[in-house]
Design a protein around this ligand. Structure first.
Ligand SMILES: Nc1ncnc2c1ncn2[C@@H]1O[C@H](COP(=O)(O)OP(=O)(O)O)[C@@H](O)[C@H]1O
Ligand SMILES: [Mg+2]
Length: 242
């Protein structure tokens, strides 16, 4: 239950997933309230990407349950889950390099729900990312890493998600662009969209999320508010170099 006493928007219980017998996610439970932003933190290989792929239906859960807006969605396909309102922006800015910015954004709006609100969603994306409006006819593969990340997030927003999942949005970007991406994520937080962020940039992430979970070897080892985790000795030693 969230603070307000309402059931969370997303509730994940005892999620498990193994790649050919190699356990990647070993009984993870987490929740995201309506309008809440949470982070998944942890070292490389901890199981963060696998967890969000299973939630988004890119991989099928082998154990546990995923309930979104009161409905069990575990085992459903990725398209059905997008239609339900969960969109994953995967690690690595997977834009379609030969398509234009505009064509990439159109690809994000394939869900029936998103098609209905296409014009409004496009206007919203262009107001958050004016750069994308300027470059709408540009071939996506020719843009900078930061611009491609904006496009990947913008394409995710075109699906009109209720829960947006960003897997390592700042990875590999130059420092000024990293800060810009964090500012844009804060703008998205101000919309009516719940958020799961996977991030290596722990310090900055804990400033902008409500709560965070630390994963180790496919399990949650620490969870708490962003503020509490920023003060947590183990988090400070492991991730903040303090
Ligand atoms: N496609 C894959 N095939 C086999 N093993 C994988 C695959 N993707 C990830 N793994 C393994 O699963 C574990 C968790 O990986 P991942 O979820 O990508 O972690 P993180 O995102 O926290 O770095 C790691 O041991 C990783 O090597
Ligand atoms: Mg990952």
């Amino acid at each position: 239950m969230s603070v307000a006493g309402k059931a969370p928007l997303l509730s994940v219980e005892d999620l498990g997933f193994a790649y050919n017998g190699a356990i990647a996610v070993d009984g993870i439970s987490l929740s995201v309230g309506e309008g809440e932003a949470i982070a998944l933190l942890g070292a490389n290989g901890a199981g963060k990407s696998t967890s969000v792929k299973v939630i988004a239906g890119a991989e099928k859960a082998q154990r546990g349950s995923v309930v979104f807006d009161g409905r069990g969605i575990g085992g459903r396909g990725a398209h059905e889950i997008v239609e339900a309102g969960i969109t994953l922006v995967p690690e690595g800015r997977l834009v379609f390099p030969r398509l234009t910015v505009m064509e990439n954004l159109e690809m994000g709006a394939y869900a029936a729900r998103a098609k209905k609100s296409f014009a409004g969603n496009l206007e919203r994306v262009f107001s958050i990312f004016p750069r994308l409006a300027e470059r709408r006819e540009q071939q996506a593969g020719l843009m900078s890493g930061g611009e491609q990340q904006m496009l990947a997030i913008g394409r995710g927003l075109m699906s009109a998600p209720r829960l947006l999942i960003l897997d390592e949005p700042s990875l590999g970007l130059q420092p000024s662009m990293v800060e810009h991406i964090f500012e844009l994520i804060q703008t998205i937080r101000a919309l009516d969209i719940s958020l799961i962020m996977v991030e290596q940039n722990v310090h900055r992430t804990l400033e902008i999320v409500d709560r965070a979970y630390v994963l180790e070897k496919g399990r949650v080892t620490i969870e708490g508010s962003g503020r509490d985790l920023a003060q947590n000795d183990q988090v400070r030693r492991s991730f903040l170099g303090l």
